[in-house]
Design a protein around this ligand. Structure first.
Ligand code: PMP
Length: 396
């Protein structure tokens, strides 16, 4: 018989567990460089001003909390299509299904691929976001790895990546790519490397599943789409999983989308109908609030401009922090070179610190990093970089 008393506890989430320890840490000068959320200088994850304004508009004007369609809100779907594809895909070949966050978009996509394509395998970069493997396997796909980072974890191993794909991938396999701001390394291919990757994917007839969780966090909304648009030029079809958790700061509103490029209109509409069938027996239909905010902002010229400039502020803060940290480390540890951090994109990078050094930073100084040495640059306080560098140098 089913007995809950026989259930064994699952291991806690490694990163969220660290946040619990951080919150319980009584030291007032502690610093949290673990979790993947943007923070401002006071260490909080702010609500963007454009989002607050959109919410005011919604409070006044929203007339119903009735269900959305299974594939989501029409205005949102159109706005997302334009933001992600930027006119590069004819509208009849494009389709969007709203999803609960980037995670929801990945899970829905994976279920669709597993359901329709005789359980293909999915190639994941090493390393990748810790949740990718679990999502793909839970949906019934077999996860296989391909090399992505060089041994020193500071640059792309393009040869290793292409060799692994050629050696191991079969036509019809899925390849997961980070469109920009690779989590956890911050290492993105440059434009020319994207061309080579897209050509190899085409040659091997792989199906691209592109995780686009950080559009606008690297170099800009358009700049961060260069890799994606390169892939779109080469392949006949692909799925993009967009998240607006980071670039709109809508983490808890679960705002994402599956953005599809299909071979033609019939393929797009049949695929959407299958995705809707899967959504219906999962969460039935997506949440309204976050999507309403995004649609309101993107649909209003002034709000859109305001949001873009706030997004630019966030991006510039991350760049500034990277620069100050590299400069600070040069002063306290001149024999080490941290300049690789300057070319990396988004909030994350590998610091090169060992698990022991990470432990020491936490126990002795209240500086929290993930065991792999990944740092969330946005967790640094601008006026405490010197302090941070001193402590990091002390454990080197
Ligand atoms: N993909 C990557 C690479 C991520 O880093 C994240 C968020 N940490 C997600 C997807 C999921 O984002 P969301 O919170 O919108 O589900």
């Amino acid at each position: 018989p089913l007995q809950l008393s026989s259930v064994q506890p699952a291991p806690p989430d490694a990163i969220l567990g660290l946040t619990e320890s951080f919150l319980a840490d009584p030291r007032s000068d502690k610093m949290n460089l673990t979790v993947g959320v943007y923070k401002d200088d006071s260490g909080i994850t702010p609500i963007m001003r454009a989002v607050k304004q959109a919410e005011q508009i919604l409070i006044e004007g929203e007339k119903t909390k009735g269900y959305l369609p299974i594939d989501g809100m029409a205005d949102y779907r159109d706005a997302v299509r334009d933001m992600v594809f930027d006119g590069k895909v004819p509208n009849e070949r494009a389709a969007v299904v709203q999803a609960p966050g980037g995670t929801g978009a990945l899970r829905v996509s994976a279920e669709f691929l597993a359901d329709q394509f005789a359980r293909p395998r999915v190639f994941l970069p090493t390393p990748t976001w810790a949740n990718h493997g679990a999502i793909m396997t839970a949906a019934g796909l077999e996860a296989v790895s391909y090399r992505y980072l060089s041994a020193d974890k500071t640059s792309l191993d393009l040869t290793g990546m292409l060799d692994d794909l050629s050696a191991n991938a079969r036509p019809g396999d899925v390849i997961l790519l980070h469109a920009c701001c690779h989590n956890p390394s911050g290492v993105d291919p440059d434009a020319q490397q994207w061309e080579q990757i897209a050509a190899r994917i085409t040659e091997l007839k792989l199906f691209p599943l592109i995780d686009f969780a950080y559009q606008g966090f690297g170099d800009g909304l358009a700049e961060d789409s260069v890799g994606l648009h390169t892939v779109l030029r080469h392949v006949p079809e692909c799925l993009v999983c967009s998240s607006f958790s980071k670039n709109f700061g809508l983490y808890s509103e679960r705002t994402g989308a599956v953005v599809m490029m299909a071979a033609d209109q019939a393929a797009a509409s049949a695929s959407v109908s299958q995705i809707k069938r899967l959504v219906r027996c999962n969460y039935s239909n997506p949440p309204r609030h976050g999507a309403s905010i995004v649609a309101t902002i993107l649909g209003d010229e002034a709000l859109r401009r305001a949001w873009k400039s706030e997004l630019m502020e966030m991006r510039q803060r991350i760049h500034r922090l990277r620069e100050s940290f590299v400069k600070g480390m040069k002063e306290v540890a001149p024999d080490r070179d941290y300049s690789f951090l300057l070319s990396q994109k988004g909030m994350f990078s590998f610091s090169g610190l060992s698990p022991m050094q990470v432990d020491q930073l936490r126990t002795e100084h209240g500086i929290y990093l993930v065991g792999s040495g990944r740092i969330n640059v946005a967790g640094m306080a601008e006026d405490r970089i010197d302090w941070l560098c001193e402590k990091v140098a002390a454990v080197l």
